[in-house]
Design a protein around this ligand. Sequence first.
Ligand code: HEC
Length: 144
Amino acid sequence: MIRRSHVLVCVAFLLLLAACGGAEASDSPLRQGREVYGNICSACHGSNGQGGIGPALADVAKTFPSCDEHVEWITLGSDQWKIVHGDTYGANDSPIEQVMPGQGATLSAEQIKAVAAYERVFYGGMDEGTALDECGVSTPGSSE
Ligand code: HEC
């Protein structure tokens, strides 16, 4: 038999989970960025940004000193970037020798900014507030 008190404890727990989940999804760009990173980017850049098929991301803030460029790279991907900007990318004019798929058709502009900010903070070592501001995803009233 299932006891009534057990059911109540369960319901309370589920409500708590729902409340926490809702807050995470709505007010934290970095959490959103981490989710996108884990779903798409980690396959090539490694689960901790250490690199794999794609380069390690420790120098990402040097490669793209401005977040706008970082966002554009993710949006376009390497093939379209070549058409728009030529055969190199970033501040060091790194040659494009492999393929990175563009995400402009699969992710929202908000998601792309969020994942750029996530990479800049967690792999590029940038200050969180600066990165969020620069990428245009800082949430008023939220420290994350
Ligand atoms: C299919 C593999 C692949 C996936 C998926 C992928 N990338 Fe890449 N990425 C690459 C490759 C390859 C390069 C380097 C391009 C070259 O050398 O030609 C690159 C380069 C980069 C760079 C420049 C790093 C530097 O400092 O040179 C950034 C930033 C980046 N990717 C972000 C992302 C983000 C964000 C995602 C997820 C939305 C993502 N990538 C998904 C393969 C991938």
